[in-house]
Design a protein around this ligand. Structure first.
Ligand code: PMP
Length: 477
């Protein structure tokens, strides 16, 4: 996919809003304010457009309330747990209060533990070292819920069950595998990062427990859209990331049963994780300190707690209704254009605002570059760190993913649909690299403040572009 038109014929304007059918005409504003929501970005050819952020499934913009909370705390920032100064005492209190808030927000039981981690990947890696036996997963999982469980130790490791073509078939396959040989843990996604589909979690909890296994839910995608109730659901563990919850300040969490965590080797051996150290021996602390060696991401934990407080105060019903109307508008708009979103389980009744698709005749890498370079729309393309799933869906060459959140409006969805119309009708106006990954030339300027960082152009850092399953490209997209 190389030269499609010379750069000297730039698109005259950003895609105009496209009618999306009479049933979805009502305007839907953003639900919550986020930092940078009205920011414009440069397009190729010297124009600018308001940035349309349709990539919250990868990482969400900070809620304004979260950013304000962090800047309120910053003047008072100091070390936690071991400082005697006023600021250390204050920050320790805030950090431990954030633990309480996070636990309460996800329905932790009184004896559950909240361990602050870097993100979901970190949380599941921590749990993987604590599981006293084998783990069963589906082949639809994000790599974060697949790779940590692989283990060379006998009696440990992962058994990957191929998903069925319906939720019912999938549950039957999991039941058969758990009945065939006991497992310690069933680890499932709360919502697919590729299709947004939500499995029937109450049924999976019952299924795991009926076979003597515990269940861990990877709620990286579910929690921002639906909330989570560990005790209400009866699940044993939940893992999630602050940066997908509008709190991109470096913290996530693992919440769940204490016993395995207290018996496990410390996740990060070091200061703060111990009760007593001699030159030859260590008496480790119990959880959560046991797994939080070193100085934690205090602001990340506070941001995560503030995000959960804000989403709770907004109300799960309002969040769900806002997202459902944008999701419907997007899916209906794509279908009107002959584009069918990817699905794993057509019978899944609940789907969060994550929509992946391919545009016939255009490589997904090119579609994503075009949306960015010519329209200022941020989506993700590739295989979404879910290579086995993309292979089973028959899109080994990658897809485009548009994801929705509280900061999106119907205008965002319409911008995407309008840009796709222009692409299909006229092709890109700019030229792109042969792999479709970058505009060529890329004349988009950097923000003035970025000069101090030494960065000189977009895409020159270590961000290899691998549009498909080319091992040489080396990027896990
Ligand atoms: N699980 C799912 C379902 C995800 O979507 C992601 C992130 N894309 C992860 C796990 C990993 O999250 P993180 O990168 O924050 O560790």
């Amino acid at each position: 996919m190389t030269v499609l038109a010379p750069p000297s014929t730039p698109t005259p304007s950003v895609a105009s809003p496209t009618p999306t059918g009479p049933a979805v005409a009502a305007e839907v504003p953003a639900l919550l304010p986020t930092v940078g929501a009205s920011e414009s970005v440069p397009l190729v050819g010297g124009r600018r457009a308001r940035f349309v952020h349709l990539d919250t499934a990868a990482s969400a913009p900070a809620l304004t309330r979260v950013a304000n909370h962090v800047s309120d705390v910053l003047p008072f920032y100091a070390s936690v747990h071991r400082g005697a100064g006023y600021l250390s005492q204050l920050c320790t209190g805030l950090y431990e209060q954030a633990r309480v808030t996070v636990g309460r927000a996800v329905g932790a039981r009184a004896d559950d533990v909240v361990v602050f981690t870097r993100n979901t990947t970190d949380a599941l890696n921590l749990l993987s070292a604590a599981v006293p036996g084998e783990v069963v997963v589906l082949d639809v999982e994000h790599h974060a819920n697949l790779l940590p469980w692989r283990s060379p130790s006998p009696g440990h490791g992962v058994r990957v069950v191929p998903s069925g073509s319906t939720l019912g078939e999938t549950e039957a396959a999991l039941a058969a595998e758990l009945a065939r040989r006991p497992a310690a843990l069933l680890a499932v996604t709360g919502a697919s990062n590729v299709t947004g589909e939500v499995p029937d979690l109450p049924r999976l909890v019952r299924l795991a427990h009926a076979h003597g296994a515990r269940i861990a839910v990877d709620a990286a995608q579910l929690l921002p859209h639906r909330g989570f109730d560990l005790a209400g659901l009866g699940a044993d563990y939940v893992a999630f990331s602050g940066h997908k919850l509008y709190a991109p300040f470096g913290a996530g969490a693992l919440v769940g049963r204490r016993d395995w965590l207290d018996e496990a080797e410390p996740h990060l051996a070091g200061g703060g994780a111990v009760r007593q150290v001699t030159t030859t021996g260590t008496e480790w602390a119990s959880s959560p300190e046991r797994h939080e060696g070193g100085t934690p991401a205090v602001l990340g934990a506070l941001a995560l707690a503030e995000a959960l407080r804000t989403l709770e105060a907004t109300g799960p019903g309002r969040i769900r209704a806002h997202e459902a109307s944008l999701h419907r508008r997007l899916v209906d708009g794509l279908r009107l254009r002959g584009i069918e979103p990817l699905r794993i389980w057509p019978d899944a009744a609940d789907v969060v605002g994550v929509v992946s698709f391919t545009v016939p005749g255009f490589r997904s890498a090119l579609v994503a570059s075009y949306l960015s370079a010519e329209h200022g729309i941020g989506v993700r393309d590739g295989r979404f760190c879910a290579h086995p799933l993309l292979a089973r869906l028959g899109v080994d060459d990658g897809a485009v993913r548009a994801s929705l959140g509280v900061a999106n409006s119907s205008a965002d969805v319409d911008r995407l649909l309008g840009a796709l119309d222009l692409l299909v009708a006229e092709g890109p106006r700019w030229t792109y690299t042969a792999d479709g990954c970058r505009p060529l030339p890329d004349d988009r300027e950097l923000p003035a403040w970025a000069a101090v960082t030494g960065l000189q152009a977009l895409g020159t850092a270590s961000t290899p572009c691998a549009p498909s399953n080319t091992p040489a490209a080396g990027a896990d997209r």
